[in-house]
Design a protein around this ligand. Structure first.
Ligand SMILES: [Zn+2]
Length: 446
C-alpha cells in the first residue's frame, strides 16, 4: 500500500513516499521538486544557461541518484540553422534529454523541448541549442570532459568513471574524430611516411600515412594493398600533391606501385626506410648464426649458443664490459662474425654526405657480400642492389619512418588498452583520435 505525503517547505514541494512494509512504515523514496529561485539560479550558473533559455525547475530524485533540470525559453525570434535568417517560432519538438556532468555526484540530466524556427525559405528547422551539438545525447561540457579523459585513459575506464556505457563513450570518440577531420584545413606536408600496422598480430593490416614533420597520422586505410594507399591521393589537391618532397616506405611493392602511379617524379622522392633495411640485414645475420650454431654444436662447440641478441644489438648502446666481451666473440673466425661485419658495413652507407662516395662504398660492399658464400646475406645484397636508387635517396632527404616512433608508441598504447575493440573501424577511430593531431572538442555555438 502506498501513501503520498505532501508538505510545503519554503518554496519547495517535498514529496515523501512511504510504503508499508512488515507492519511498520519504511521510508523508501524522497523526490524533491524545486521551483525555488535559489536552486534555479544555482543550476543556471552551473550549466551556463543564458537567455533566452532559463531553468524552469529542478527535480531531485535522490533514490536513484539523479538530478533533472528542465529548461524553457522566453518568447523570442530564432535563427534558421540553415541560412541564419531571423524567424518566428514554428513549434516545439517533443522533449529531449541530455546527459550532463554529474553535479554533487548525482547524474544530471537536462530536459528541453527543442524549438523549430519558421524560415520562409527553408521551412521548419530545429534551432541550434547552446548546450549540445545537433544529434548528441550529451551536453557539450560532458563531451568535452569525456574527450579530455579519453586522451589519458582507456575507453573502459572513462566509461566507468562517467557512468556511461562503452558504446556511449565510443560514440563520443567517434563524433570527436568526425568533427576533427571536418575541421582539418588543407595544409601542405613536405615529408610523409607510409607504414603498415597489424590490428591483431599477424592478420588484418592497416596502412597509415604519417606526416613526418608534425608527427601525426594523416590517413588510415584497411589492408596493405596498392588500393589501400591509392585512396590517400584522392584526399589531396594538386598543390598538396606537388608539395610532397619525400616519402619514407618499407620495401613493399604495393606501396611502391601506388606512389609511382600517383606522385609526380616519384622515384626521386621515394626513400626506403633505413631501419627496415637494417632489419633485413639483421634477419640475414640471424639466419647465418642459427645455421652455424647447429653445425658447431654437433662437434661440441657452444660459442654461439644464446648469443642471438649480442649480434643484433647496437654496439654504441653497450656497456664497456659487454663491448669487450662481444669484441672477443666477433673477432673469432666465424661465419656469423663475417655476416655481422657485412651488416655493419652496409649501414655505413647512411653516414655519407655525398652520393658519389656512397655509391662507391655500396658497389665495393656488394662485391664483398656476393662473394661471402653466406646465402642469406647474398640474397639481401641482391635486393639492396635492385632497390638501390630508392635507397640512395636517403642522402638527399634524410627521412626514416622512425619519425613515426611517437605515433607507433601511442598506437601500441591504444592496442594495449583496447581489449574492448570489437572491430577494425573502432581501432581506426581510436588511432585518429590519439594520433591524428585533430581539434576534437565540441564548440559552443556562440
Ligand atoms: Zn533558412
Amino acid at each position: 500500500m502506498w501513501k503520498v505525503w505532501k508538505s510545503r517547505a519554503n518554496d519547495a514541494w517535498l514529496f515523501h513516499t512511504f510504503h508499508n512494509a512488515g507492519g511498520g512504515f519504511k521510508k523508501k523514496t524522497l523526490v524533491r521538486e524545486s521551483r525555488a529561485m535559489d536552486d534555479r539560479e544555482l543550476y543556471r550558473q552551473i550549466l551556463g544557461i543564458q537567455a533566452p533559455w532559463q531553468v524552469q525547475r529542478v527535480q531531485l530524485e535522490l533514490n536513484v541518484g539523479e538530478i533533472h533540470v528542465y529548461l524553457q525559453h522566453e518568447e523570442v525570434d530564432w535563427v534558421c540553422s540553415e541560412c541564419g535568417k531571423t524567424c518566428r517560432l514554428y513549434d516545439h519538438q517533443p522533449e529531449r534529454r541530455w546527459r550532463h556532468l554529474d553535479t554533487c555526484q548525482y547524474k544530471t540530466i537536462l530536459h528541453a523541448e527543442p524549438p523549430r524556427s519558421d524560415c520562409s525559405e527553408h521551412g521548419p528547422r530545429q534551432v541550434r541549442l547552446p548546450w549540445a551539438e545537433p544529434g548528441s545525447r550529451f551536453t557539450m561540457l560532458m563531451e568535452a570532459m569525456a574527450i579530455e579523459w579519453l586522451k589519458q585513459a582507456s575507453q573502459k575506464a572513462v566509461a566507468k568513471q562517467l557512468h556511461l556505457s562503452w558504446d556511449e563513450i565510443h560514440g563520443i570518440m567517434k563524433r570527436a574524430v568526425k568533427r576533427g577531420l571536418n575541421r582539418r584545413k588543407r595544409e601542405n606536408v613536405a615529408h610523409i611516411g607510409v607504414d603498415e600496422k597489424s590490428h591483431r598480430r599477424g592478420f588484418k593490416f592497416l596502412t597509415l600515412v604519417n606526416d613526418l614533420d608534425r608527427g601525426r597520422v594523416l590517413y588510415i586505410a584497411r589492408d596493405r594493398e596498392q588500393s589501400s594507399l591509392d585512396g590517400f591521393w584522392a584526399t589531396l589537391n594538386e598543390e598538396q600533391l606537388n608539395h610532397i618532397q619525400a616519402v619514407a616506405i618499407d620495401m613493399w611493392d604495393a606501396y611502391l606501385n601506388s606512389l609511382r602511379k600517383h606522385l609526380p617524379d616519384a622515384d626521386s622522392k621515394i626513400v626506403f626506410d633505413k631501419f627496415h633495411i637494417a632489419h633485413h640485414l639483421g634477419s640475414a645475420l640471424d639466419r647465418v648464426r642459427r645455421k652455424e650454431n647447429k653445425v658447431l654444436r654437433t662437434v661440441g662447440d657452444h660459442r654461439l649458443k644464446g648469443s642471438r641478441f649480442k649480434w643484433l644489438r647496437n654496439i654504441s648502446t653497450m656497456k664497456m664490459k659487454d663491448r669487450r666481451e662481444f669484441a672477443q666473440l666477433r673477432q673469432q673466425t666465424l661465419k656469423t662474425s663475417r655476416a655481422w661485419a657485412l651488416k655493419e658495413t652496409a649501414m655505413h652507407l647512411f653516414n655519407y654526405r655525398y652520393e658519389g662516395p656512397a655509391r662507391k662504398h655500396f658497389s665495393w660492399w656488394h662485391r664483398w657480400a656476393v662473394r661471402s658464400r653466406l646465402e642469406p646475406i647474398i640474397k639481401v645484397a641482391g635486393m639492396l642492389k635492385r632497390r638501390f636508387e630508392n635507397i640512395i635517396t636517403y642522402l638527399r632527404h634524410r627521412i626514416t619512418n622512425a619519425a613515426s616512433e611517437s605515433i607507433n608508441a601511442k598506437i601500441q598504447w591504444v592496442k594495449y588498452t583496447a581489449r574492448g575493440f570489437r572491430n577494425m573501424d573502432n581501432f581506426i577511430e581510436a588511432i585518429y583520435f590519439h594520433c591524428g593531431g585533430l581539434d576534437l572538442a565540441p564548440l559552443p555555438t556562440q
